[in-house]
Design a protein. Structure first.
Length: 134
């Protein structure tokens, strides 16, 4: 399950931005729907690789934070294929990875109210996230 949709991308950054990074090469002016769907799935998998140490997967509640992270990662990855990405794409991607790293370390959450959070056993999380950059 993807944490965002094509409509979420359009809502946050506009249809022109989405078309700019995901134009169908065979049909100029048309959106590469399959590419966008794959991009959203790949971004969601990247998010899971971070948050899976703190939350059981799949996450049952898609929060605005997860949606925005998915959109920013998707646009960055799609822009790689479309040609030169902008500094804004890179900054949004780096900000997303920074927040995901904080979530994985327990310094931030995905935005689920504390009484609804589904956290894994601390020993489980520690077993899968023991490496730290030094």
């Amino acid at each position: 399950m993807a944490y965002a949709t094509k409509e979420d991308i359009t809502k946050l950054y506009g249809a022109d931005e989405l078309l700019r990074v995901a134009e169908d090469e065979a049909n100029p002016g048309q959106l590469d729907e399959a590419g966008v769907t794959a991009g959203l799935a790949n971004a969601s998998a990247e998010i899971d690789s971070y948050i899976g140490v703190k939350y059981p997967l799949p996450v049952s509640v898609v929060t605005p934070t997860l949606e925005r992270l998915c959109v920013d990662i998707t646009l960055y990855r799609l822009a790689l294929k479309a040609g030169p990405r902008t500094d804004e794409h890179r900054t949004r991607y780096e900000d997303a990875v920074s927040l995901l790293t904080k979530i994985a370390k327990g310094l931030a959450t995905i935005g689920v109210p504390a009484d609804q959070e589904e956290q894994t056993d601390p020993d489980f999380a520690a077993g899968f996230y023991t490496w730290e950059r030094g």
